[in-house]
Design a protein around this ligand. Structure first.
Ligand SMILES: Cc1cc2nc3c(=O)[nH]c(=O)nc-3n(C[C@H](O)[C@H](O)[C@H](O)COP(=O)(O)OP(=O)(O)OC[C@H]3O[C@@H](n4cnc5c(N)ncnc54)[C@H](O)[C@@H]3O)c2cc1C
Length: 319
């Protein structure tokens, strides 16, 4: 093993690290003997969780006083790197994660590898990136001086606790961030959601253009609710304004890996399939027997979604 030390940006959210942060910590501990997490705000109270997922140290940037994490967290990481750099810094693909990565790249004058879905150690870190709608995997590695900055997509690894001792909390100061640190969050909006998060749901029911019109998405939502699942969508209906972007599954949306994925009126474009082909069981409802989605479906129903979905809903209700 040539990789010794990895740092993971661990984003706090509602009293826990985000699932993607835990996925990164889990994978980091399989690659490096020395794993540290970097967090802020309520993350300072999560030393036990950081340790459980493999970090021995939890660098705490502290209370951000309403600032966006990007500026102070990148400044704090740059200050830590000046004292001793890890092999790489792993960052979740999230709005704040991308902000931190960009700022850190500028501060350290180091490259960033983004859209990473695989990471291994082959005489140094090798990243994997899906290309051409996920039909090809490109491998990359850093050639210049470290540390590498690697931005990793959700669901690239499985989050598993290992039962380690709580991480040692070490203060990490952002120092004076000058004018860049003055932007403050004045309000934040959490989209209303009933049922599980799309990325974490065991069952996902997704709708596509085959639904015909926006109102018919209610069928997808109802089926998802009856299955204790989440409702997803193809980009076609997000672009058409039928559903918000937060529902989009695929290359430019979310990656999901549920036990069951039910695609309703979705053709199966490569850009959609790259976001859901990791599902354990894929069910497709499409009136076109030659639709590409049937090539990856475990169970295919050739039929009109307006007949099949109501029948499924009826059956679920009668259980
Ligand atoms: C750079 C890039 C990124 C992209 N990223 C994404 C992404 O993240 N996610 C994504 O989804 N797409 C993405 N796309 C778009 C993608 O290429 C497709 O255009 C999109 O996925 C098609 O959506 P759809 O399957 O809903 O629509 P369509 O391709 O129009 O398919 C509709 C399907 O519904 C079926 N159908 C019609 N009527 C019925 C009926 N009554 N009953 C049953 N079936 C019916 C049809 O047979 C057809 O197969 C991206 C494209 C590009 C270029």
């Amino acid at each position: 093993m040539t990789v010794q030390t990895l740092w993971v940006v661990a984003e706090p959210q509602n009293g826990s690290f985000t699932t993607t942060s835990l996925e990164l910590l889990t994978h980091a501990r399989s690659l490096a003997s020395n794993v540290a997490a970097i967090t802020w705000g309520e993350g300072a109270n999560l030393a036990a969780q950081a340790g459980e997922y493999g970090a021995s140290t939890l660098y705490n940037v502290g209370d951000l006083a309403g600032a966006l994490p990007g500026v102070p967290v990148a400044a704090a990481i740059a200050a830590l790197v000046a004292q001793g750099a890890p092999d790489a810094i792993l960052i979740p693909t999230s709005y704040d994660g991308r902000d931190i990565a960009g700022r850190l790249s500028a501060k350290l004058d180091r490259s960033v590898l983004t859209n990473v879905t695989g990471l291994s150690d082959d005489n140094g870190l090798v990243t994997e990136h899906p290309a051409f709608g996920g039909t090809q995997i490109v491998k990359a590695h850093f050639t210049g001086a470290g540390p590498g900055i690697i931005v990793i997509r959700a669901k690239s690894f499985v989050a598993e606790p290992a039962g380690g001792a709580p991480a040692a909390v070490v203060a990490a100061s952002a120092g004076d961030t000058g004018a860049t640190g003055t932007a403050k969050i004045v309000t934040s909006h959490v989209e209303e959601r009933t049922g599980p998060k799309l990325e974490e749901a065991a069952v996902v029911v997704s709708g596509g253009r085959g639904l015909g019109e926006a109102d018919k998405y209610a069928l997808v939502e109802e089926a998802a609710k009856l299955l204790n699942g989440a409702a997803g969508a193809s980009r076609a209906i997000v672009d058409a304004g039928w559903v918000p972007y937060s529902h989009q599954v695929g290359q430019t949306g979310k990656t999901v890996k549920p036990n069951v994925y039910i695609a309703c009126g979705i053709s199966g474009a490569t850009q959609h399939m790259v976001g859901m082909k990791g599902a354990k069981n894929i069910v497709a409802i499409n009136k076109d027997p030659d639709a590409p989605i049937f090539q990856i479906a475990d169970f295919g129903i050739v039929g009109d979604v307006h007949k099949v979905l109501p029948a499924l809903i009826e059956k679920l209700k009668s259980r």
